[in-house]
Ligand binder design. Structure first.
Ligand code: AMP
Length: 359
């Protein structure tokens, strides 16, 4: 790959959901084209991308043709099968790097990595069966959260234990999959930092957002977060340490708990992140463009926040509100083009500008 991809170059994106869609829109504003690789039919990203390959992640011929047709490969989800990456990497560069993906695919590898960087995480222990669960409970106590090591998202694959007697039921809830038991963190707020690192090592962090989850699913992100300037600085520093530790190129999301004892890292996501959607209407250059710039070898843009914003996810039946939201002048709508509304399905989000005086 040349150091800087010229306009007209093609970004390959693994995954065709809303993140791939918004990455494609951002790429097109920069004169770059996108090619989506997605096994499912009619992916939201396919409506706005230049090309779509519909094939499974174990289709070697399709992967080879895809890699040959693009200049750089990125992904919009962290569970990309490693076999697919093996088939792609000799033909086109993968950004962010595979090591970042490997580390964040497994909650234990991720926590071990964060501990190596001397960052604070909740107490944790690997759980594979009743015996390791009982050991983990002795060390960590309750309340605690049992989470599957892999493939968890939006609160799926996790359950809270109020007392040790719930061990067997908790193991059943996660289908006895390899898991991690985490001590319950008493936090005053959840925040996240969306941070970008360019191919030349320059780092730009967006302002931390304050997140509210319901049933494990992100509902809102508000900026500015209600945190002190010291906590804000610490959060940005943590994000930078992680980016450098991973030798990362692209945008990364870092979720943090604010506690009286300092910031505790909950998890990292090696991709653009739902809690960074506010940047679309709160910054000159949003997280999607920042990611495209980074992986294309371009300089990073201006990520400073110019507005106070509350991002709200529209999930399932929230779509019933779409016409009243469309009539609200303080709201920017971002619909994902999904044809079927399902409970728990992220359909759209809105960014509401707060305290913005009409002129
Ligand atoms: P996760 O899938 O790890 O992002 O967890 C989803 C949500 O569950 C988080 O955003 C928190 O609200 C809550 N949560 C996860 N881990 C913990 C923990 N160790 N202590 C307290 N709450 C947690």
């Amino acid at each position: 790959m040349t150091e800087r991809l010229a306009p007209g170059s093609v970004i390959g994106i693994l995954g065709g959901g809303q993140l791939g869609r918004m990455l494609s829109v951002a790429a097109s504003r920069l004169g770059l084209r996108t090619h989506i690789f997605e096994p499912g039919p009619n992916p939201p990203a396919g409506h706005v991308a230049d090309r779509v390959t519909t094939a499974s992640y174990d289709d070697g011929d399709a992967l080879a043709a895809f890699a040959a047709a693009v200049d750089v490969i990125t992904f919009e989800f962290e569970n990309v099968p490693s076999g697919a990456l093996d088939a792609l990497e000799s033909t086109a560069p993968i950004r962010p790097n595979r090591e970042s993906l490997r580390i964040s695919q497994d909650r234990i590898t991720e926590k071990d990595f964060l501990v190596r960087l001397e960052l604070d995480v909740a107490p944790y222990a690997a759980v594979d069966d009743e015996a390791t669960m009982s050991e983990a409970l002795k060390r960590i106590g309750t309340p605690a959260i049992l989470k599957t090591r892999r493939f968890g998202y939006d609160g799926k694959g996790q359950t809270t234990l109020g007392e040790p007697q719930q061990a067997a039921a908790a193991l059943d809830t996660v289908n006895r999959a390899p898991s991690v038991l985490e001590g319950f963190v008493e936090f005053s707020a959840e925040i996240s930092v969306i941070a970008a690192r360019s191919a030349s090592g320059n780092v730009v962090c967006f302002d931390p957002g304050e997140n509210v989850h319901r049933n494990g699913i992100l509902r809102t992100t508000s900026v500015p977060a209600r945190i002190t300037s010291e906590v804000r600085e610490q959060a940005l520093q943590i994000a930078e340490i992680i980016l450098i530790g991973l030798d990362y190129i692209g945008v990364l999301g870092v979720e943090l708990f604010v506690t009286p004892g300092g910031l505790v890292v909950n998890e990292i996501a090696p991709r653009v992140h739902n809690s960074g959607h506010w940047t679309q209407d709160g910054c000159v250059v949003d997280q999607f463009e920042q990611h495209i710039r980074a992986i294309a070898g371009w300089p990073l843009g201006d990520g400073r926040r110019h507005a106070d914003v509350v991002m709200e996810n529209l999930i399932g039946d929230d779509m019933d509100r779409v016409w009243s939201l469309a009539a609200d002048p303080s709201v920017a709508l971002h619909l994902y083009g999904k044809s079927e509304v399902k409970p728990g399905r992220k359909m759209a989000h809105v960014n509401r500008r707060i305290g913005h005086s009409e002129r």
